[in-house]
Design a protein around this ligand. Structure first.
Ligand code: COA
Length: 340
């Protein structure tokens, strides 16, 4: 089929987020629980990270389960049916399996017959990268309705004997439906992304891939868990969250004061506030919900958007700046006017 045989315009279209839904597992792991598991304290965790509690999936729940529930919610809210979804992308660091991809599992679970899609590996930038990918599919005219999903069950790759990582992460999923913009002013305006692979050693899961396949040794050495140089990640995250946010605002001739809501990846309260300070954004424009969910990797931004919506802090027409930094390093920002 030639590119125009389906009769669709190939001219770039304006695209909106039409709906948003999230899913977290019900079980909660509090700082008090962690005090009983490792040498830590509620005060240390709160002060250094901002996390009070995080949700943890039961053993029989995997990433595709949370992702599918969020996806179903987003489809319903958009007043669509699953077969309206033509494309889905799942930003995840904890796929159910290497293959099939989580996107395939979600497609089947939600009944998005005829859709295609894939997983996207961008760690904590999983949602900004997935959103941009889905937006481009719709903007190109290739598809009318696409799902961008960020979902992770981080508890599967966290060593609950390592106090430097186990206090930070949690499990969750979020999904948005993206569609052609109804009002051209209320749309995804721009995106900016970059990767810096030179920082790859700072945050990684060393084993389980083709470099170091699973073996008795890798398991004994606990190489299937998150390993990080917290200070290096912290410094990079503060600098790049500020830089990418400034870049996307500058090139759209916008000031930080034009931003109604800054929704950053929730890695650490101090990272978010330091980046917001650099940008000159007051606290009332910054969404922070890391206290209740921890760092859910691909899911933090949709979870934060959902909280802002529920609290009446996010309204139709608001200028929203999303920003993320993740393992890789991956860096992302998406600028949009909220459409509903
Ligand atoms: N409870 C109590 N003490 C802890 C602890 C915990 N959970 N974790 C670490 N410590 C200790 C350290 O061992 C260290 O002790 P020492 O001085 O005796 O060696 C001390 O606290 C300070 O550690 P440090 O690593 O300097 O703390 P920090 O202020 O940098 O905070 C992080 C650590 C991990 C919270 C912080 O570096 C961070 O958030 N980094 C970014 C991580 C991240 O966001 N990863 C995901 C990115 S998407």
């Amino acid at each position: 089929m030639s590119p125009t045989d389906d009769g669709r315009s190939r001219v770039l279209r304006r695209v909106q987020i039409s709906s948003l839904a999230t899913c977290v597992p019900p079980r909660v792991l509090t700082n008090a629980d962690l005090e009983r598991m490792v040498d830590t304290s509620n005060e240390w965790i709160l002060q250094r990270t901002g996390v009070r509690e995080r949700h943890i999936a039961d053993d029989d729940v995997a990433t595709s389960d949370l992702a599918a529930e969020a996806a179903q919610g987003a489809i319903e809210q958009a007043h669509l049916t699953p077969t309206d979804i033509e494309f889905l992308v799942v930003g995840t660091t904890t796929p159910d399996t290497f293959f099939p991809s989580t996107a395939c599992l979600v497609q089947d679970k939600i009944g998005a017959k005829g859709a295609w899609g894939f997983d996207l590996g961008a760690a904590c930038s999983g949602f900004t990268y997935s959103l941009t990918t889905a937006v481009q599919m719709v903007a190109a005219g290739a598809h009318d309705h696409a799902l961008a999903i960020g979902a992770d069950v981080m508890s599967r790759i966290i060593n609950y004997e390592d106090r430097t990582t186990c206090v930070i992460f949690g499990d969750g999923a979020g999904a948005v439906v993206v569609s052609p913009a109804v009002d051209p002013a209320l749309r995804v305006i721009d995106f900016a992304h970059e990767v810096d692979g030179s920082g790859g050693q700072a945050l990684r899961m060393p084993a389980g891939g083709s470099r170091l396949p699973a073996s008795h040794e890798t398991v004994d050495q606990r190489l299937h868990y998150v390993h990080q140089d917290g200070a290096a990640v912290f410094k990079f995250a503060v600098r790049k969250t500020g830089e990418i946010s400034r870049r996307i605002l500058d090139r759209n001739r916008l000031q930080a004061s034009d931003v109604d809501l800054f929704v950053s990846h929730q890695a650490n309260r101090r990272i978010i506030m330091a980046a917001a300070d650099q940008l000159g954004l007051p606290e009332e424009k910054v969404v922070i919900n890391i206290d209740r969910f921890g760092n859910t990797t691909g899911a933090t931004i949709p979870l934060a958007l959902a909280d802002a919506l529920a609290a009446g802090r996010l309204k139709k027409g608001d200028l929203v700046l999303l920003a993320s930094v993740g393992a890789g390093f991956t860096v992302g920002a998406v600028l949009l006017r909220w459409a509903y």
